[in-house]
Design a protein around this ligand. Structure first.
Ligand SMILES: Cc1cc2nc3c(=O)[nH]c(=O)nc-3n(C[C@H](O)[C@H](O)[C@H](O)COP(=O)(O)O)c2cc1C
Length: 174
């Protein structure tokens, strides 16, 4: 069984509560929870499988060249790892009713950053069952990772996590 790192940001909101749910659904797994303000490089080196999750809260959160931007610092840090040896799965939080044309756009940024570094990306998820109009977080009818909407479809979250874990468990070796 592979060691897993669950890397997430921000803390204290929907992303973190979903991160905790995912960890709960993987009992007996060696999994370390890593928030972007406390990156533990040793644990990240030792884990072969990363689950990476965030929310879409405006493009600036992901893309500003500002040094205080946690995601930008994290993406730069990726260059220290041999990413072609890592397997990665994403989850993304969004609100499909308030942001129907930008639903979980952040998944697209994660995809781009990890794809550019040749990581193996798994855990794509079908777009059926959501009501959005457009998203940078999808391609060919599938999101780049698990899309979750705690604002509009919270009741679907547990079922979606279970279904998604079934897909990625094969990769974890469970
Ligand atoms: C200022 C702001 C901007 C947002 N923009 C988007 C967006 O562009 N696309 C989207 O799908 N959700 C958007 N959301 C919804 C959040 O992604 C969603 O509420 C998420 O669950 C927040 O998780 P967090 O509290 O852990 O950050 C936005 C929320 C806020 C507050």
């Amino acid at each position: 069984m592979k060691k897993i790192a669950l890397i997430y940001w921000p803390k204290g909101g929907n992303v973190e509560s979903v991160a905790d749910k995912i960890i709960k659904c993987l009992p007996g797994t060696e999994i370390i929870k890593v928030s972007l303000d406390h990156i533990d490089s040793k644990s990240l080196t030792e884990s072969d499988f990363w689950i990476v999750g965030g929310s879409t809260v405006g493009a600036h959160i992901w893309q500003d060249a500002d040094d205080s931007n946690k995601w930008m610092s994290f993406f730069k840090l990726l260059d220290q790892f041999e990413m072609s040896k890592k397997t990665v799965a994403f989850f993304g939080l969004g609100d499909q009713i308030l942001y129907p044309y930008h639903f979980v756009n952040g998944l697209g940024i994660l995809q781009e950053e990890f794809e550019n570094r040749n990581a193996k990306i798994v855990g794509q998820w079908p777009v059926t069952g959501y009501e959005f109009k457009d998203s940078d977080g999808m391609k060919d009818g599938r999101f780049y990772g698990l899309a979750l909407d705690q604002d509009q479809q919270e009741e679907q979250t547990d079922k979606r996590i279970d279904g998604w874990l079934e897909i990625i468990k094969k990769e974890i070796g469970k």
